[in-house]
Design a protein around this ligand. Structure first.
Ligand SMILES: [Zn+2]
Length: 254
């Protein structure tokens, strides 16, 4: 198995995901500098201590995640969980690459596109800020008999309980989705013409919007909705550069 310079790997991720196009909640790209040459990438959803430990055990030279370590609003102190995660990364000289919104948005390999693949949905349009929302329908052109049938389908595919709000009877043809904590995209999905909206999380207002606007809202879990983009991108880039890649899912009930 070959290796590639840390900067070339960064370049490959940047070329694919184009982070400069996004105004994000944290820095995209190389968040923690490790060894100069990378032979093996471990991908995961979140740069948690458990993922870093698993990457160490897997002898990774780089970790590629959707949720990195640094976010707007943090106070910048390296204490507690931050100290533990950073200490382990630095002790093993592991590079940490993190891409947030650019990883949600990529039209074929991103979280939204890959969740669509899992659910058998194809996008015909995009909506919302940064065009992060995907709008389309079933790949086979069919429709769901009602929101309950769609919710049951999502639950079965993701193997995760879902929360459903809004109309229960109407057939569902136009389906909008946006992974993670995208409950704030619900109103844009309604305007875009969705019969149902799927995201990871629900907050209190969305159930009312769903009932009042007649559009179903399905929350399937933040983590569960974002398990597919990081491995798709990391596998693609690893193949491109002749590197080893392994996806490690650290289960999360959220
Ligand atoms: Zn997320």
């Amino acid at each position: 198995m070959s290796t590639t310079p840390r900067q070339d790997l960064l370049q490959a991720f940047d070329t694919l995901l184009q982070p400069a196009r996004f105004k994000d909640y944290g820095p995209n790209g190389l968040q923690v500098e490790g060894k100069p040459e990378v032979g093996k990438i471990v991908s995961g959803v979140t740069a948690s201590l458990a993922l870093i430990e698993a990457a160490v055990a897997a002898q990774a030279d780089a970790i590629f995640v959707h949720h990195g370590l640094f976010w707007r609003g943090q106070d910048g102190r390296v204490t507690g969980w931050m100290k533990q995660r950073l200490a382990l990364l630095l002790a093993h000289d592991i590079n940490l690459y993190a891409y947030h919104l650019p990883l949600d948005a990529h039209p074929e390999l991103g979280n939204n596109a890959q969740l669509g693949v899992q659910l058998g949905l194809a996008a015909t349009g995009r909506f919302g800020e940064h065009d992060l929302g995907f709008l389309g329908g079933r790949t086979d052109g069919g429709q769901f008999a009602n929101a309950g049938a769609l919710a049951a389908h999502v639950k079965k595919v993701l193997n995760r309980p879902v929360t459903q709000a809004g109309p229960a009877q109407a057939a569902i043809k136009n389906i909008a989705w946006c992974t993670g904590g995208a409950q704030g995209y619900f109103e844009a999905a309604i305007v875009a013409g969705a019969d149902a909206f799927i995201t990871g999380e629900i907050s209190e207002p969305q159930a009312h919007y769903a009932r009042e606007m007649g559009v179903a809202f399905i929350a399937c879990g933040h983590h569960a909705s974002e398990r597919y983009g990081a491995p798709a991108v990391a596998a693609h880039v690893a193949r491109q550069l002749g590197l080893a890649h392994q996806f490690i899912d650290i289960d999360n009930p959220a």
